[in-house]
Design a binder for this molecule. Structure first.
Ligand code: CUA
Length: 336
């Protein structure tokens, strides 16, 4: 009996220390959304259960190793124990009960996290290799490469991909969701803390996966309204000319691979491309005229530039029309 009391006290002490230790190392970043409160509550409960189970297993084990160590000169056999039915029932029923409780709490928690708020602001998220694009249909449909969100306002993300599976993840918001080609997936976020965060892709999506990170900015309502007005003005100006429209498409879809400053990335730069001589992987050389550039967008694998991988970009999947192809061409012509 004395051993049970001592081991019991040690289990409680070690459980508390393990829980305090896990809390002290700050396993989670700041809590920046309503959804993260639910998730963190559940996470905290799991930390408590883990700490207790760790102590429940480790303490009796080490206690037995130390206290019941074989005495010097003792060569007798240990007591033979056939089994203990009450004990086996107990250690089956209690864990089963605990798992069912966690499943119940987890289901309720998941329902909280995915519940949509009526009147939420819609942002359309498009993932592509290797870029995020955010469109604001509630404000005229301009697109941005940064996800700007007003604080304390519910946001409903409608997400899709134009090529492979990507995954939207902002750790400070806690929630994460895949973007699947041909499907629209959803995510509910209500940011609660101003600040600069980052959306990162958490699905291995090709050679540029590691750099698929873009800013997420949570600001107060006034700043958000000002940002929207700015974006609308820029969009209106850009929409007025073919070059401007082409630039917008470039910034939405092409910027991840093609530079406009002459530097080499995953794909050839657009600076000085028009009318230049391009060496292809089959050894031939072509002039980068209208026909070549349009063909390279439509059939990226047909004329591959020497030293670069074939692009897999599908312009129709990105919603780019034939007129917009000419806008891109007009933009490329300005990059002398
Ligand atoms: Cu997109 Cu990884």
């Amino acid at each position: 009996m004395r051993h049970f009391v001592i081991a019991g006290v040690l289990v409680i002490a070690v459980a508390i220390l393990a829980y305090m230790g896990l809390n002290a190392v700050h396993l989670m970043p700041v809590e920046a959304s309503t959804q993260s409160v639910s998730i963190d509550w559940m996470w905290n409960l799991m930390l408590m259960a883990m700490s207790f189970l760790f102590a429940l297993i480790a303490v009796p084990m080490f206690y037995s190793l130390v206290v019941f160590k074989r005495k010097k000169g003792d060569t007798t056999d240990a007591k033979h124990i056939e089994g203990n039915t009450p004990l086996e029932i107990t250690w089956t029923v209690i864990p089963l009960f605990v798992v069912v409780i966690f499943a119940y709490l987890g289901a309720g928690n998941l329902a909280d996290v995915v519940r949509s708020t009526p009147g939420a602001m819609v942002v359309k998220v498009t993932g592509s290799q290797w870029n995020w694009s955010f469109q604001y249909p509630d404000y005229g449909g301009f697109t941005s490469s940064e996800l700007y969100l007003p604080v304390n306002k519910a946001v409903h993300l409608e997400m899709t991909s134009i090529d492979v599976i990507h995954s939207f993840w902002v750790p400070e918001f806690r929630v994460k969701q895949d973007l699947v080609p041909g499907r629209v997936t959803e995510l509910q976020i209500t940011p609660t803390l101003d600040g600069n965060y980052k959306v990162r892709c958490s699905e291995l999506c090709g050679t540029g996966h590691y750099k698929m990170e873009q800013p997420v900015v949570v600001v107060d309502n006034a700043k958000f309204t000002a940002w929207v007005a700015d974006q609308q003005a820029v969009a209106a100006k850009q929409q007025a000319t073919p070059e401007g429209r082409g630039q917008k498409i470039y910034e939405t879809f092409c910027i991840a691979c093609h530079s406009i400053d002459g530097s080499t990335g995953i794909a050839p730069t657009w600076r000085g491309l028009y009318d230049s001589q391009v060496k292809l992987s089959d050894g031939s050389t072509v002039t980068a005229n209208d026909e070549y550039i349009l063909n390279s967008i439509k059939e990226p694998a047909s004329q591959v530039v020497n030293g670069f991988p074939a692009m897999s970009f599908k312009y129709q999947a990105a919603g780019i029309t034939a007129d917009q192809l000419n806008d891109i061409l007009a933009y490329i012509k300005t990059l002398k």
